[in-house]
Structures are given as C-alpha cells and as structure tokens.
Design a protein. Structure first.
Length: 187
C-alpha cells in the first residue's frame, strides 16, 4: 500500500496558518492539485490530517468544516484529483488528547482504517507538528518547503534528517517514481 498523509492543502488567509474563515475563499497551495492528481494516478491513497482546535473552542462548527472539505473536493475533482478521506482532531491544545498532532494518534487511526503499516505511510507537509507525528509513529516523512512558506514552517525540522522538496511537483515526481512505499525516493 502507498499511503500519503498531507496536512494543509491551501489557505483562506496566508497569515491564518490554516484557520478556516470562509470555505468559499479557500485557495490551494501552488502545485498541490497537480501533485495530488499525479499521486492518485500513480496508485497512491491520499488523505488529509489536520488539527482543528477551533472546533474545540467553539469558533468553528462541523458544518463549516464539512463545507470546506466539500470545496476542496470540488476543486480537486476539477483537476483530476481527490482526497480519499479527511481526518481531523477537534480538540484544543489543552485537552491532552492523543489524536492532536504532534501526538501520533490520528496517524494511528489512519493506519488502522487503511490496514497500513507505519513504513507504508508517507507523512508530508509543512507543519512541524505533522512531521513530528509521522516521526513518532515511524512513518516516512517529507517536508515541502514552498518559497512563500510561513516563517514558522521553515524551521519546522531544523537539524532533523527529513527529505525536503522545493515544490509539490518535485515531491509528486519523486513519490510517483517509487515502486512501493517502502523505498524512499530521492529528494
């Protein structure tokens, strides 16, 4: 099984770091639609895993989050891509749950749902908590560092041996050329 777990796919407000303000305003990151389509067509299962603490704070309701997921799917569909499932942690940072990244609980749920071993999973993104959750579970991890990345993302794996890609296209090319999830692609 080849399973890619992504974090943020786009933004409503570049300064919001993934906060959902209005689903209609969501815009994908440059190149991510094509990358997801390429992964999908190369036999990869692609899912999203995000922390959604605004649910726990009450400033976001599940209907708003579902509206965002529907918008993402419509935009992806138009590009020949899709996300197979959306996973999220609804808890606030102070609740101490095991599903909130950097804890690996959400990734464990994904592995169980897909019947995947950690070494069959690639946890990919820009957020340090996403990468740390993958490392805690023993998955492959990869960092996509876009030129317009938020400053807090650029140092997310400072000092760690994490493959880094300059674009979603470069990441998709590397993973699409990988015959199975056990073989790390070249960065």
């Amino acid at each position: 099984m080849k399973l890619a777990v992504l974090d943020f796919l786009g933004h409503v407000d570049p300064d919001s770091m993934g906060a959902i303000l209005d689903a209609r305003l969501w815009e994908p990151q440059p190149g991510i639609l094509e990358a997801i389509a390429q992964l999908h067509h190369s036999g990869w299962h692609v899912v999203q895993a995000t922390n959604q603490p605004r649910l726990g704070h009450g400033s976001l309701d599940i209907g708003e989050l579902n509206a965002l997921h529907q918008r993402i799917q419509r935009v992806l569909h138009a590009a020949g891509a899709r996300i197979e499932a959306f996973f999220f942690c609804p808890h606030t940072p102070t609740e101490g749950c095991t599903c909130r990244k950097p804890a690996p609980g959400m990734l464990e749920q994904i592995a169980a749902r897909y019947g995947a071993e950690p070494q069959e999973m690639w946890v990919i993104g820009q957020c340090k908590h996403h990468i740390q959750a993958g490392q805690a579970l023993g998955t492959h991890v990869a960092l996509v560092h876009l030129p317009d990345c938020h400053p807090s993302c650029s140092a997310c794996t400072e000092g760690a041996q994490v493959p880094r890609y300059a674009s979603w296209h470069a990441l998709a090319q590397a993973l699409a050329a990988t015959p199975d999830a056990y073989s790390p692609p070249s960065a």
